[in-house]
Design a protein around this ligand. Structure first.
Ligand code: CMC
Length: 412
């Protein structure tokens, strides 16, 4: 049987960006569309974040990311994403209390952390621990799309957002040979994380710095890890499985792993004098400059706009201004259409300097991203359950047909 007789005709999708302010309802395609990388496919609906990649706009529930970074807190942003409205003071207090009540992790999880090799890759540790939390949550069964099932998914989401900082901070303490620090239920998420990580209460400026990073990374449309999470929950698997999938997907250097690569690059460059030869060498060898480029943004990533200002401030305050100045010089070269590639920095570029200035080790950067994005992933999974359909695209088969089965003895 030939391919032509078994497969419907495949349309090659070539049109430009699908991200417009008012996307028209897609016309029903005549047959499957081959859209490598799904760049031109709208695969889900969301009310959480809106991106206009051409104009460099990001809104959470209609509110510009810049306004949220300046005025909101991570907890308020989580409320906004999950309820599609800003909370009243009473609603915010209730969410904060509910999160604080779930900061602690089971003793068995602390024991598990103790068993991890001290040189474990932090994202491997986090992925494993997120998965292991399901063993201690009686609600982590198959998902249901009923109102009761959605409420259960929301409770699991809250536990995951609350416990993830405890997992990350205490894994770092274990590998550094330090005693565990239990969460402090009177602190907000950012303060509590830095408290556990460092064993002392952070300054307000440090807490606020991390809080801003958490706001900026909380949600971002149907990015790769969010999509992966939605694919998992759409099978009616549980929330922990979906979050485990998402953590694993975020880890890659083309996605959340880029922030670590940016810091490694800054360390390798080392001095202002070396910026130009290093970056030009990479461009000549056609190597990627990490922290630049984006599938959706073809303008300045609005998260990077805010982080650039913030990184300058925190780098000045912490005596790391050289890092910021090197970053700015790199941006100048890469953004230049002639000398560089004419491409803009993304969120990962200035978040590297910011996390470094907050005293966070380079190999924890992607975990920080996961800690924030957990709320966006979980929110998308709840949206998926509220209007679920199995996500199951097709593959374009390029292999042979009617091949003979060759016996082992005859194979070369
Ligand atoms: N350095 C050098 N060239 C680049 C870069 C870069 N960082 N990004 C894109 N390009 C070039 C690419 O080589 C291609 O050039 P040409 O047309 O000559 O072949 C052109 O720009 C278009 O790139 P693309 O590969 O079609 O873009 P994409 O949408 O498939 O990939 C990306 C997007 C983010 C994977 C890519 O820009 C990249 O690999 N960036 C570096 C990794 C990075 O910073 N990732 C974080 C993304 S933002 C946070 C997140 O979502 O996780």
């Amino acid at each position: 049987m030939s391919a032509a007789s078994t497969q419907p005709p495949v349309t090659i999708q070539t049109s430009a960006s699908t991200m417009s302010t008012t996307p028209a309802a897609p016309a029903a395609p005549a047959g499957p569309i081959f859209d490598k990388g799904l760049a031109n496919t709208i695969a889900a609906e969301t009310q959480m974040s809106f991106i206009d990649g051409g104009k460099g706009v990001l809104e959470y529930v209609g509110i510009e990311i810049d306004a949220l970074a300046r005025n909101s807190t991570y907890e308020e942003t989580v409320y906004l994403l999950w309820n599609t409205k800003l909370p009243t003071q009473a609603e915010l207090n209730a969410l904060k209390s509910a999160l604080q009540a779930e900061y602690e992790i089971p003793d068995a999880i602390y024991d598990m952390i103790k068993s991890f090799p001290k040189d474990a890759v932090p994202m491997h540790a986090l992925r494993t621990l997120v998965s292991a939390l399901a063993l201690h949550d009686a609600e982590a069964t198959s998902s249901e799309t009923t109102p009761a099932g959605i409420e259960s998914a929301k409770r699991q989401a809250l536990r995951l957002v609350a416990k993830t900082p405890t997992l990350i901070a205490n894994f770092d303490r274990h590998r550094s040979g330090k005693a565990f620090v239990r969460p402090n239920k009177s602190y907000d998420i950012a303060t509590n994380f830095l408290w556990m990580l460092n064993g002392e209460k952070p300054t307000e400026a440090m807490s606020r710095g991390l809080d801003i990073c958490l706001i900026l990374h909380a949600d971002h449309g149907l990015n790769a890890s969010t999509f992966a999470g939605r694919v998992t929950i759409a099978t009616l698997s549980d929330m922990y499985s979906a979050m485990t999938t998402a953590v694993g997907t975020l880890k890659g250097p083309l996605h959340g792993g880029a922030n670590e690569e940016v810091m490694i690059m800054l360390d390798e460059i080392g001095s202002m004098d070396n910026v130009e030869p290093y970056i030009k060498g990479k461009l000549e060898r056609k190597e990627l400059i990490m922290g630049f480029g984006h599938r959706v943004y073809k303008a300045y990533d609005p998260r990077a706009t805010y982080l650039k200002t913030f990184a300058k401030q925190i780098a000045t305050d912490t005596g790391n201004i050289k890092l910021f100045e090197m970053s700015q010089k790199i941006e100048g070269i890469v953004l230049d259409a002639k000398a560089g590639k004419g491409i803009f920095p993304n969120v990962d570029f200035y978040s590297a300097t910011t996390y470094h200035c907050l005293g966070i080790k380079t190999d924890l950067f992607t975990c920080m991203f996961a800690m924030s994005r957990m709320s966006g992933w979980a929110g998308h999974c709840i949206e998926q359950l509220q209007d679920n359909r199995l996500i199951r695209p097709q593959a374009k088969y390029n292999g042979p047909h009617e091949a003979p089965y060759v016996a082992m003895a005859q194979r070369s």
